[in-house]
Design a binder for this molecule. Structure first.
Ligand SMILES: Cc1ncc(COP(=O)(O)O)c(C=O)c1O
Length: 405
């Protein structure tokens, strides 16, 4: 399948919107991508004509809703290459997925147990583990920082100890864009009986993710970063582990039998889905994943990788521009930089005046910013609908912005 950017752009209504009297140049895809018309349409279809709660009604609409919801789950399972539908839990997003694991796992951790993170982690893959440590007396360890990403394989080997229970790391960095050597890291952990969680929030538009190939115990991502609605995300968990974990939240839908004296829980995956789920969101997510599958993520990656290279080459020659790059085997569409003498927020605000949306700040990775000794960066994060013309416009605009400092 060849990938036509001009055609692809037509599928995103927000790209037709004028901002400050000009076309939107949306370079903040790492925060949220724009929404694909198929995902929007599926949500509308449900909300307009198909509304009914799932897993409970005796009426036909509810049965149909349940079928749609469960077939969305099957689609996610196929997309991720998971073994069975029971391994796919609908959550609100990556943050909730990680919190679910960290809460449910607390009872498996003891004082002195160790959890290992990479230095690139998003706050959502730091704070839940800090809280687990506070509750259990476990200890958080962080791999030493290096720009050479292949070094994380050896540093992980050195850091693991008989007390390490879990290693949690991102697949692609939302701040610097690089890919972690996830396969090798999982392999090392597996060989030592250590559990692994991969934060895939930035991965699904860059490569075909197969949890069966990765071999990780948990994998999570958010719908709003893959053309889908807000408030829906996925936790993949290995069946054998999920089965042993207690529920995260309790209430309706996750029970087998309730009396005032005691409660028995439903089987997977319902055990982890208390309350009414985001039904239309799940259907929107499934529609977005279908788009990705049909287009071919390798086509997205080829296009974005080319744009990223063009941008980096230009920024390397841009006077006073400091780029934050790593040496890695692959990258998503993220490029981080600063302009000498300029606070990243000021650069972001000025770019916005010209209709360019970027992110400026710490990108929810304050510990990484501390390591880099910067208050934050300006982050361009590209998606497959971005174009060379937009890169050119951005570079021209940045030259104008630079004049302010
Ligand atoms: C690498 C990474 N992890 C986790 C998250 C948190 O995702 P969410 O806010 O959708 O829960 C993000 C979002 O910025 C991210 O980029």
């Amino acid at each position: 399948v060849s990938f036509e950017v001009a055609e692809f752009r037509k599928k995103f209504p927000q790209l037709q919107v004028q901002l400050q009297g000009q076309s939107l140049v949306y370079f903040d895809n790492g925060a949220s991508t724009l929404k694909h018309q198929d995902a929007i349409a599926r949500v509308h279809q449900y909300d307009r004509f198909e509304v009914s709660n799932v897993h409970r009604g005796a009426h036909s609409l509810s049965r149909k809703g349940t079928e749609s919801f469960e077939s969305a789950r099957s689609q996610v399972r196929e997309f991720l290459g998971a073994k069975d539908d029971q391994e796919i839990i609908f959550t609100r997003g990556t943050t909730e997925s990680i919190n679910l694991v960290a809460h449910s796992m607390s009872s498996m951790f003891q004082a002195g147990d160790e959890i290992v993170l990479s230095p690139f982690e998003h706050h959502s893959n730091i704070v839940p583990w800090q809280e687990l440590c506070r509750r259990t007396g476990s200890v958080l360890k962080v791999l030493p920082y290096s720009k050479n990403i292949s070094e994380y394989v050896t540093s992980l080997e050195k850091t693991l100890s008989p007390k390490t229970r879990l290693v949690s790391f991102l697949h692609f960095s939302n701040s610097l864009g690089h890919r972690m050597p996830v396969e090798k890291m999982v392999q090392i952990c597996k060989s030592q009986g250590v559990m692994t969680l991969i934060d895939g929030a930035q991965a699904l538009l860059t490569e075909k993710v197969r949890v069966s190939d990765l071999g990780c115990d948990f994998y999570c991502f958010s719908g709003h970063k893959v053309f889908a609605p807000y408030g829906i995300g996925i936790l993949y968990g290995r069946h054998e582990i999920l089965q042993t974990l207690p529920p995260y939240q309790t209430g309706g839908s996750m029970i087998d039998r309730v009396t005032f004296a005691e409660t028995s829980y439903a089987d997977l995956p319902q055990k982890f889905e208390a309350g009414t789920p985001n039904i239309s969101g799940a259907l929107g997510l499934a529609a977005a994943l279908k788009v990705i599958e049909t287009d071919g993520v390798e086509n997205y990656h080829k296009h974005v990788h080319h744009l990223r290279q063009e941008l980096i080459t230009a920024l390397q020659e841009f006077p006073g521009c400091e780029l934050y790059l790593c040496e890695a085997e692959d990258y998503c569409g993220v490029v981080s930089f600063n302009l000498k003498g300029a606070h990243p927020s000021d650069v972001g605000t000025l770019l916005d005046k010209y209709g360019v949306a970027v992110r400026a700040g710490h990108h929810c990775t304050q510990p990484l910013m501390d390591t880099l000794q910067v208050p934050g960066t300006v982050r361009v994060s590209l998606a497959p609908y971005n174009t060379q013309d937009e890169i050119n416009y951005f570079l021209n605009t940045l030259s104008k912005v630079k004049e302010f400092f």
